[in-house]
Design a protein around this ligand. Structure first.
Ligand code: DX5
Ligand code: ZN
Length: 225
């Protein structure tokens, strides 16, 4: 039930294929791919051709996080490139419901992300059309930032909103996640953890193993309850 989604933004881009193989072999369930357009967020990162190129390196779930304005324009392209799931930002879509329904109609997983300043109630009326909600725990645009402390409360609030009518929706967190704060984040209600710096800096195998240990403990605790 808990999943690790290493963000390749922190990977060695000169060796990307090999880095994807490493996280796959280490047991990370997802490959988190951050797409940035220089408009919705200040940075520009990678796009469709890069996803196409790395698709053959791993059979894991390609979790494509679109930090771009009006992502509906590019959904088909990202699906064709190999996305298994696409996340769009509530703040970037004029017609959020239409965008999410469009993603779902193509047979892949649809997810909605909210920035730190966005209240969970902003997505209450699209929950019927999503498989996952991504809570940004930093302001999007850069790796290596520190988690914003009120994120824990926000995840709890979202969790209680979701569990009423949509208990199966995954809660993903992204930004400043590491093996030290992971336990608290899981306790608040998240089950899919994005991690860039804390997976790719240093020894990838050891870093993934640390997260797996946190997951195992959290699974044990929830069974014991
Ligand atoms: C931020 C991206 C994140 C980022 C996470 O805009 O969405 O996925 O790469 O990096 P870390 O884990 O280093 O904060
Ligand atoms: Zn991301």
């Amino acid at each position: 039930m808990f999943k690790l989604a290493p963000s390749i933004l922190a990977a060695d881009f000169s060796n990307l294929g090999e880095q994807i193989r490493r996280i796959d072999k280490a047991g990370a369930e997802y490959v988190h791919i951050d797409v940035m357009d220089g408009m919705f967020v200040p940075s520009i990162s990678v796009g469709v051709p890069v996803i196409k190129a790395i698709r053959e390196k791993s059979k894991r779930f390609f979790d494509v996080h679109l930090m771009i304005e009006e992502p509906i324009r590019y959904i088909d392209d990202f699906i064709e490139a190999g996305a298994d799931g696409i996340t769009v930002h509530a703040e970037a879509c004029k017609h959020l419901n239409r965008t999410l329904q469009y993603i779902k109609s193509k047979g892949i997983k649809a997810s909605v992300a909210i920035n730190p300043a966005t209240h969970p109630s902003a997505i209450e009326y699209v929950l019927d059309d999503v498989d996952m909600v991504l809570v940004m725990t930093v302001n999007p645009g850069f790796g290596g930032q520190t988690l914003i402390p009120n994120s824990y409360q926000k995840i709890e609030d979202l969790k209680s909103m979701i569990k009423r009518n949509h208990p199966d929706i995954d809660i993903q967190v992204d930004g400043g996640i590491n093996a030290t704060n992971a336990a608290g984040i899981i306790k608040a209600g998240a089950n899919i953890l994005v991690a860039g710096t804390s997976v790719f800096r240093g020894n990838i195998d050891e870093n993934v193993a640390l997260f797996k240990e946190v997951f195992a403990n959290a699974t044990g605790e929830s069974k014991g309850r």
